[in-house]
Design a protein around this ligand. Sequence first.
Ligand code: PEP
Length: 266
Amino acid sequence: MRKKIIAGNWKLNKTVSEALAFAEALAPLVAGKDGVDIVICPPYTALYSVSQAFQGTGVATAAQGLFWKPSGAYTSYVSAPLILDAGAKYVLIGHSETRGRFGVAEEGLTPDLLKAFGETDSGVNVKTHAALQAGLIPIVCIGETLAERKDGSTDAIVRDQVTKALDGVSSDLVRSQLIFAYEPVWAIGTGEVCAADEAGRVCGVVRKTIESLYGADVANAVRIQYGGSMKPDNAAELLAQEHIDGGLIGGASLKPADFAAIVAAA
Ligand code: PEP
């Protein structure tokens, strides 16, 4: 039986004081929910304060990304050891917004500006290794764009992203540490939800891919979240799917009551 994991990705939202007000409001709403892992991913600027605020509440924190080098002359980047030092337990890797695969058209985002995002499959792989080596739990995000879904390549894209993310990762670490988040890009921040049975089916493709690489025991131990416009009113149906072990939630994680309602559905 895999323990459900509900993670809220705040993206580029909340000042430190807004983040602390959220933590104060959320803690009593999720108190005693020991059967679910609860995670909040604040922006880097609030990571330390939010981690401190959630101490002893059962809510853990995640960084929204990392750089694979531990330290050095890498202006503006944040490494796994620094993320751990700030109090986080998890890290998102390969979110579609850091891969530059946006679900909604971004005004003024020219091809040249898009390069600034540019997280690639090989980047996801080195970051996964860096996170695991430091003792952080990676939540590796994968998923197809609308164009890829329309041309029928969803399963192939997902298999390819999973396989490349896991290159060289030991079966012990996959079994005990790794989490995947299946996030169809067209459903992120768009209000468009993937039908629950289809989301469950693609999460099953993720599990089959892990099985083909590491065997059924490992595949059955790995938790796979769904992300893409998950909300209080659709969470229960998505979370009831056999292969969906949790949610990665953007918009609906910004209000304590909405996020707590999704935790309650898990
Ligand atoms: C996300 O950011 O990972 C996400 C799923 O966003 P939203 O819930 O807003 O679609």
